[in-house]
Design a binder for this molecule. Sequence first.
Ligand SMILES: NC(=O)c1ccc[n+]([C@@H]2O[C@H](COP(=O)([O-])OP(=O)(O)OC[C@H]3O[C@@H](n4cnc5c(N)ncnc54)[C@H](OP(=O)(O)O)[C@@H]3O)[C@@H](O)[C@H]2O)c1
Length: 356
Amino acid sequence: LRAQARTKLRVAVLAATGMVGQRYVTMLSDHPYFRLTTVTGQSSVGKPYGQVISSGPFPVSREAKDLTVKPTSVDGIGEADLVFSPLPTEAAMSLEPELVKRGYNVITDASPHRMDRLVPLVVPEVNPSHLSLLQRQREAGWKGSLVATPNCTAAGLALVLKPIHAELGLKRVLVSTMQAVSGAGYPGVPSLDILDNVIPFIKDEEDKVETEPLKMLGSVGKGGVKPAGFDISAMVHRVATTDGHLESMYVETEDSFNPSKVAELLARFRGEPQELRLPSAPAEPIIVTKEDARPQPRLDRYAGTVPGMSVVVGRIRKGLDSKSGRLTMLSHNTIRGAAGSTILTAELMYRKGLLG
Ligand SMILES: NC(=O)c1ccc[n+]([C@@H]2O[C@H](COP(=O)([O-])OP(=O)(O)OC[C@H]3O[C@@H](n4cnc5c(N)ncnc54)[C@H](OP(=O)(O)O)[C@@H]3O)[C@@H](O)[C@H]2O)c1
């Protein structure tokens, strides 16, 4: 056991006190490949991590509770084989390139570098081959590496679009979202704005939902990633749920959209994480429900073998003609849309020897 513990990689979680950071710490408890050695914060530097978290009923290991919160800076991180970076946008923009220059391997949940030419934007079941861009980073003289996880709404969307695009060919996707308040971080949207209300605007979100899945579903070419050749139109809303983004989509396809065949296609979809039996890989990345009034955030956000890692799809039905269809999907925003997906990417990189 002691030998096994020694071979675990040392990982740092930046902004470990945030909504996403706390998910990381929970999911890294007793992880078979990774050992949490550093947590950083902004306003709680110097305190024991156990004193400053608010993650409620989720388990946090004794070791993590005893870690002292370090400053979020190049010098605050210390020795780490891997850095998880759920930093706020501004901080990520400047700090992440600095960390890469110092030789750290960074995987980020923040948005500034997601569309950079040499940065793979990855959902492990969708586009593991894009990790080949790490070779280009090395050729370009990068000392460390940078991989990005997509926007929380785009992650679940790409996962569902992947098998549909591969089998039927997508022409157009219209998606309308109902996004949980935890998506805005803590304390997020003021309670008096969101209770008894729906807000039909989330800054910069529609642009991310319309572009990021196309990068993920695109192919790596000479100049970087060539985006997939279909269009996405997004209409986003903030609603008064705690966790789990609901997305209603209308898809137009090249081939006929047969609802029961699409249900089968989605239910049997598996990716490399399932083949490799990675620790955070859910047995079914996409769970299909046939019940009329599902998926629902309260009932379905933790469905599946790894809570929060499966998306749940329901209400699969025809659209206006034979080459279009409608479906509703639920995806846990801080797990499948952030920490969980990023840890799964890290597990894949570990197994492929990309973190050495
Ligand atoms: N929430 C989601 O569903 C979700 C999903 C996907 C991606 N993301 C992305 O993940 C990142 C974090 O989101 P979140 O929801 O976890 O936010 P959050 O709950 O607001 O947490 C923010 C974290 O950043 C720290 N922080 C604040 N200002 C900082 C600064 N200037 N420099 C360094 N650290 C600073 C905070 O530390 P203190 O607690 O010490 O103040 C806290 O740990 C964002 O880029 C967000 O876009 C979020």
